[in-house]
Design a protein around this ligand. Structure first.
Ligand code: HEM
Length: 953
């Protein structure tokens, strides 16, 4: 890159941050509704300013005025406005090099405009999409309907119950406030993250919703109000139920990976001896590796679980392979159909655990009747916090599987594996589960970790990496402590907040818990600025995610300090709705991490200081934090997993030595694979291989035929892809089109909308084939314009949306309203550049990913040496004991810190040094040439030309 380019990029970084902040600091107008001023150019005169919508049916939908599109993306952006998909994806510089204009200011407007659109979406998501199931919704709704309330709240529903062993410690029946030992650490079951809402986010609290309660469980046609029920009835006309369309038929027709050589794949079991002649076709994403697939499974095991110790309730249900539509009529499958489809009529599976299936209470606010919760609720059996609970535990049973080193209780126990002699092997491997350990019998032979379910070589790798990293931190602390035993560690005990805790005073238990805090923060940072920026590989998201973490502005800049000050004043506001809207937007300036950390000289002494300084940085936007069911839906990412791992060895990285089926590494079978082949070879193999694209007909074959010994069913086998459909229906997730309307996205009007008209002819032919199958599986009907189908949105002309979706009355229309949400987001082929996920999944992340940071005091005001130690704070900020920077520019950004996961890998598997040297992001396939600006090309980097993965097939 030339010096001119470099200067231009530095200028762009500075200017876009400044302009972005100015745009966000735009004025209020009448009714104090928030206004965002659009970025410069002709759009301003033509369009004026856009208000944050005051009602949900008038939402932004990611669509801008013609002049705005013209200004930010030129003619292509204008031409694509009529499509249902968001407009920002067509702005200047939001794609690869070809999306850039010769005029710097256009690129600046394109990227800045995309960020502004995304902030509009986030502000409206916060305003319209928070629905708590635990009893707080009625008050939240009433506040919205005119009464004023404080932005920061404590809820009676978030008090510890009398049955909790810590009930008295937090204040018993009086005012509850967490103090002392309960606030120093991430507690096992997640209580006391929020000092004034001790129960929030803890194990066994209820999943929330992001969609109106009345829109959930569309097949039950329950009656919050007669009107709402009529809309649901009109929308689906009795066509859907738990088993219709048949989940296994959906799976076999729309999820199965086609194979050019079925014998070479052998349903994902490959060939004897792991011969490298085995081959399973799968659709690959060129810019994301298999490590990234297992990473996200590793994350979900931290965030949520509907299951308890790897099982559901004791009651069983059948899971389909019973019927299909024939000429639009649901018809029983014949034996020949079953054989052709390859499904199993006698499969059965445990039903979900239910928390509450009783009829929800209703209340009236603003002349409208509402449900106080969803018709059925479910518990999150994990802590909702990003607290490393998959490693450290989330209840007493899971904690028993977490083994500590008896020689130094601050460390995790790692054992030496005979014969393992690579450089990093001296750091050891996780011990195995013992007979005495609490466990699901299916887990026998596995490594011992808190969250042990659905274990394969991928999870084994990541758990071993972070157990080693935990010990690396402890060892570094001990090294420094031995050099300076009397130095202040930074840690404080709230019981005696003014007493300095010297390095020598830190107990093994304290150090263990500090290391947990550090590992959890490190993981959150990796996910936010490394995994996500590769999942969403373009410039606006690079800036947006770094903005979420670090702030769009330098933390030390005066503008950033001013914004931080505004943010803190907003939280004190007693006008909750406005305050919440401003807060999320303005906090993008200084960044969420460490937000409102108190100034030097602060004190932890006294309850007021605890509330103000320890807890003061969080914001729950008026609704207690937990993940919504809809979040689980968009993380059903089984298509990411390949059937076979292209196994490589570090001594000859450019060759594939074997094809190892993932299913052969399932559960306890992962152990010999890990011990005999070692971390470095697995890192290399998972790092170089492309993961599966999130697309239709791309689910692993082995997951459609997964053997589970514990099941009391004739086949003891399940189709996990079919279960993805079935579980969402059990949990009342609205179907795809209403799901999009609820989240403020534009609806689709037929399956044809899934065809990407800007794609290659071959790609469009494939999409057309899939649309035909969708039509066969979900069917069509004669539409009726008198039937209104939703309250969530309106047509552009202000009329109500009806069953014809804009088509003539009585015409034959697709049953697009019935499409299962997972099928819909997998079918989205029109996506922003470099998006491994679809825009429908993305909108769910925009809301929940930032809330997960805003709500957690350990990522905001309690990210301080008093909790993390000084070394802990530095370790998270510097991605390790010292800061390191890349010498090459990354997509035009110079002097970038070496990315946090790359640093972790270099410490825990140091033999990867030369392989990782040219890698900028550990989740980009390691041998790929990244080009200069967000290219998605599949080309080798220098030195990897002979890697067969790049051979033209
Ligand atoms: C590679 C091996 C994997 C196996 C064997 C596996 C297996 C399973 C099974 C059996 C279930 C069903 C549980 C039930 O509802 O009864 C499930 C659920 C799920 N899986 Fe996977 N999975 C794998 C990979 C992944 C990956 C890569 C992701 C990516 C995020 C993922 C995300 C999920 C999610 C979100 C659920 C729903 C969990 C819940 O309801 O709490 N899985 N998986």
């Amino acid at each position: 890159m030339s010096t001119d380019d470099g200067r231009a990029n530095v200028k762009m970084a500075w200017q876009s941050a400044a302009l972005f902040a100015v745009a966000l600091l735009a004025s209020c107008n009448r009714n104090s509704d928030l206004v965002l001023s659009p970025l410069s150019c002709a759009e301003k005169a033509a369009d004026g300013v856009r208000l944050i919508a005051s009602t949900r049916d008038a939402r932004f939908q990611g669509k801008v005025m013609e002049s705005t599109a013209e200004c930010r993306g030129g003619e292509p952006a204008v031409a694509r406005r009529s499509q249902p998909w968001v407009d920002w994806a067509n702005y200047f510089a939001t794609g690869d090099g070809s999306s850039k204009s010769w005029f710097f200011t256009r690129n600046f407007r394109g990227v800045g405009g995309a960020l502004v659109d995304l902030e509009y979406q986030r502000a409206e998501l916060i305003k319209f999409n928070l629905f708590d199931n635990s009893g707080t919704f009625e008050q939240y709704r009433r506040d919205r309907d005119g009464k004023e309330g404080a932005a920061q709240k404590s809820w009676p529903q978030m008090r510890l119950p009398e049955s909790d062993p810590n009930f008295s410690a937090v204040g018993g029946a009086g005012e509850q406030l967490c103090r002392g030992e309960l606030i120093r650490i991430r507690t096992l079951d997640g209580i006391c993250n929020d000092l004034t809402n001790p129960l929030m986010g803890s194990t066994h609290t209820l999943f929330a919703r992001n969609v109106q309660f009345e829109a959930t469980f569309p097949d039950l046609e329950v009656d919050a109000t007669a009107d709402e029920r009529d809309r649901t009835t009109n929308r689906h006309a009795g066509r859907i139920s738990l088993l219709i369309p048949d989940p296994q038929v959906v799976s076999r027709r729309l999820f199965t990976r086609a194979q050019s050589d079925p014998a070479a794949c052998n349903d994902g079991y490959g060939k004897p001896g792991f011969s490298k002649d085995a081959h399973c076709d799968y659709k690959q994403a060129s810019f994301f590796n298999v490590l990234a697939a297992f990473w996200i499974q590793f994350m979900t095991h931290d965030w949520f679980s509907h299951l308890e110790e790897g099982h559901n309730s004791a009651e069983y249900m059948s899971v389909g392979c019973a019927s299909q539509k024939v000429n639009g009529v649901e018809t029983a499958l014949t034996a020949a159909d079953v054989a052709r489809l390859g499904c199993r009529p006698s499969d059965a599976m445990e039903k979900s655990y239910l928390a509450d299936a009783g009829r929800p209470a209703t209340f009236v606010s603003g002349n409208k009747s509402y449900y106080a919760r969803a018709p059925r609720t479910f518990r999150n059996n994990n802590t909702a916090w990003w607290d490393g609970s998959q490693i450290y535990g989330f209840d007493a049973l899971s904690r028993e599987r977490v083994k500590r080193d008896p020689h130094d209780l601050a460390r995790l126990l790692m054992v030496q594996v005979p014969g393992a002699s690579k450089q990093g092997d001296s750091q050891g491997y996780l011990p195995l589960l013992q007979d005495a350990d609490p466990k699901n019998p299916d887990w026998t032979g596995q490594e011992s970790v808190a969250f042990a379910d659905n274990w394969t070589i991928g999870l084994s790798f990541l758990h071993n990496v972070f157990a080693r990293e935990h010990n690396q931190f402890v060892d570094e602390f001990r090294r420094r402590a031995s050099k300076a035993p009397d130095a202040d560690s930074g840690l404080r005990n709230p019981e005696a907040p003014d007493r300095v805790i010297r390095n020598r005073d830190v107990t093994p238990d304290e150090l263990f818990e500090v290391a947990r805090l550090v590992i959890a923060a490190e993981i959150a940072k990796i996910h936010t600025i490394e995994w996500t920026t590769q999942l969403l590989y373009n410039e606006p998201l690079y800036r947006g995610m770094n903005g979420n973490w670090n702030g769009l502005l330098e933390k030390t800049s005066s503008l950033s300090r001013e914004l931080a000050d505004v943010v803190s004043r907003l939280k004190a506001s007693n006008r909750s709705l406005e305050a919440n809207q401003y807060y999320s937007i303005l906090a993008a300036g200084p960044g969420i991490f460490g937000l409102e950390s108190a100034a030097p000289g602060w004190s932890m002494a006294g309850d007021d200081n605890l509330r103000a300084f320890v807890n003061g940085g969080t914001n729950h936007f008026g609704s207690p934090f937990n993940f919504p069911e809809e979040f689980v839906t968009v993380y059903r990412l089984h298509a990411l997993v390949p059937d076979l791992i292209d196994y490589r060895v570090l001594d000859a990285p450019n060759a594939i030595a074997a094809e190892i089926p993932v299913v052969e590494t399932f559960r306890g079978r992962a152990t010999p694979f890990m011990h005999e082949r070692g971390m470095a070879n697995w890192a290399l193999s998972l790092g170089r291989q492309r993961l599966g694209a999130l697309a239709l007909q791309n689910n692993p074959r082995f997951l459609q035929n997964l053997k589970m010994d514990r099941l009391h069913s004739p086949t003891q086998t399940i189709d996990v892809a079919a279960l993805d459909i079935l579980r969402d229906r059990e949990r009342g997730v609205p179907r795809f089109n209403e799901f999009r309307r609820q989240y403020g996205l534009h609806q689709l009007t037929s399956f044809d909308d899934f065809i990407n008209v800007n794609d290659t002819a071959a790609a469009q032919a494939e999409q057309t084939k899939l649309v035909k199958i969708m039509r066969e599986v979900y069917g069509q009907h004669h539409c009726d314009r008198t039937k209104k189908i939703t309250y969530a949105q309106r047509n552009n002309d202000g009329t109500e949306i009806d069953d014809c979706l804009g088509k003539p009355d009585g015409s034959v229309v697709d049953n697009i309203e019935d499409l299962d949400t997972v099928v819909g987001w997998l079918a989205e082929s029109t996506r922003p550049h470099g998006f491994a996920i679809s825009e429908t999944q993305f909108v769910v992340f925009i809301l929940n990913a930032s809330r997960r940071l805003y709500s957690d005091r350990f990522f905001t005001s309690s990210f301080r040496p008093e909790f993390y130690t000084q070394l802990g704070v530095d370790w998270v900020n510097n991605n390790g004991p010292v800061a390191m920077h890349e010498s090459i520019a990354i997509n035009g950004h110079r002097n970038e810190p070496v990315s946090p996961f790359k640093r972790v890998l270099l410490r825990t598997v140091p033999e990867l040094q030369s392989e990782l040297a040219p890698v900028a992001n550990a989740f980009d396939p390691w041998a790929r040439n990244r080009g200069s600006y967000y290219t998605l090309d599949w080309k080798p980097r220098p030195g990897a030309e002979s890697d067969p993965a790049f051979a033209v097939k």
